[in-house]
Write a protein that binds this ligand. Structure first.
Ligand SMILES: [Mg+2]
Length: 254
């Protein structure tokens, strides 16, 4: 029988914050799945999510495919044993937990080339914030010595504010000769990435590696966001949790 692999996004796919759990399950049914750096609980699983994870873990190998960094992935308590895709595909961990060095070298070159653009846009967003009295600022996300993307979070979690930054600052900048950058906005998260940083590229690399190790395989992709769609489309099957950005854009709109 062919071996099966599930590339699974983490946040809002296998678990979510307490606020987002309210619509999914009663408080007493939730269990912790991820922690903040101070040790407090960041996210929870619902009974359905635990049943799903136990079910897929029996029949296939689960490969986390996440925007989380090395540090924030280490604070996820679910149990994985194979490859891991981090930082939107910027870093791949091998099954022994070490960083895949060939991929790291390749991404470091691409990200170094893309950094000046990110810095230019970051300065533009922060200048806009200064002018308009907006409270949020951009943050450059780096990991293991490589800069990957910039992110803005609204200090008051007003998602409409991020929509405005995207519309007034980011999209005009991308349209003005910066087509090698793209924007992902979901909930209280506005991220601008070089297009060379994509979960799909890392998933393709790991899939190729798995085919060399196991011969023909079957792949599944699972995620909640637009930023997951490309890697999910490259898998044999796609799984979308209900009431997510991706399900609202696809199956729930038909
Ligand atoms: Mg997600």
């Amino acid at each position: 029988m062919l071996k099966k692999f599930l590339f699974a996004d983490l946040d809002d796919t296998l678990f979510q914050t307490i606020e987002k759990c309210a619509a999914l399950a009663p408080r007493e049914a939730l269990e912790p799945a991820a922690y903040y750096s101070d040790g407090s609980i960041c996210s929870f699983t619902t009974p359905a999510q635990r049943a799903f994870f136990a079910f897929v873990s029996e029949g296939m190998t689960v490969i986390p495919t996440t925007a989380r960094s090395l540090d924030s992935f280490a604070r996820v308590d679910l149990g994985f044993s194979s490859y891991v895709v981090l930082n939107f595909g910027g870093i791949i961990l091998q099954p022994d937990g070490s960083i895949e060095r060939d991929w790291q070298g390749r991404m470091h070159g691409l990200m170094t080339a893309a950094l000046p653009g990110l810095q230019e846009l970051g300065a533009r967003i922060d200048a806009w914030a200064e002018e308009t009295g907006y409270g949020g600022r951009t943050r450059l996300v780096e990991d293991a010595g490589t800069p990957f993307f910039i992110v803005v979070k609204d200090p008051d979690k007003v998602h409409a504010n991020l929509e405005r930054i995207e519309r007034e600052v980011v999209l005009p900048w991308i349209a003005d000769g910066h087509g090698d950058y793209c924007v992902h906005r979901n909930g209280n998260n506005l991220a601008i990435l070089p297009t060379s940083l994509d979960k799909a590229n890392a998933v393709a690399y790991v899939t190729e590696r798995l085919r060399r190790e196991h011969g023909e395989i079957v792949t599944f992709g699972m995620g909640d966001s637009r930023s997951d769609a490309r890697f999910m489309a490259d898998c044999d099957y796609a799984i979308i949790p209900r009431r997510t950005q991706l399900s609202k854009l696809t199956v729930e709109t038909l």
